[in-house]
Design a protein around this ligand. Structure first.
Ligand code: ZN
Length: 141
């Protein structure tokens, strides 16, 4: 279980990441509203399903970026909601229930899986791009 200090750190990381993700999507004018009101937040957010047809490579690329950021925004909002609603269980792996490594939470605060099960999921889905680039760059250091 996270200490109160760690939870505060995670909250700060999530809010910062949320702002960066909104910037990346292009919602520069989106104001950060009361995050403790997730219903209001979600209604602003429009996720484009991945099976939408695309007309050109360029559009597809734009779409992938938006979709990836959109997915991340969704994960961040979800993490904040979990943090506020059920702080005692935040930071536990959704698969094994063990505490997620703190070093991992500091890099990917919205994750719901420990390092081991994130790797298992990657292997199961076979999605090479499911690996978070932030971890990859960190591992390369
Ligand atoms: Zn696990």
């Amino acid at each position: 279980m996270l200490t109160e200090e760690q939870r505060t750190t995670v909250e700060r990381l999530l809010i910062r990441e949320r702002e960066q993700t909104l910037d990346a999507i292009g919602h520069h004018d989106a104001e950060v509203q009361d995050l403790r009101d997730p219903a209001g937040e979600l209604s602003q957010y429009r996720f484009h399903p991945a099976d939408l047809a695309t007309e050109s490579q360029e559009k597809e690329k734009d779409f992938m970026i938006t979709s990836m950021e959109g997915g991340r925004l969704y994960a961040i909002d979800d993490a904040l909601r979990r943090l506020y609603d059920d702080p005692e269980n935040f930071g536990k792996c959704a698969r094994c229930g063990r505490d997620i490594e703190w070093e991992r939470l500091e890099v990917i605060p919205e994750t719901t899986l420990c390092a081991e099960h994130a790797r298992v999921l990657d292997e199961e889905t076979g999605a090479a791009d499911a690996a978070d680039p932030r971890e990859a760059s960190r591992a390369g250091e």
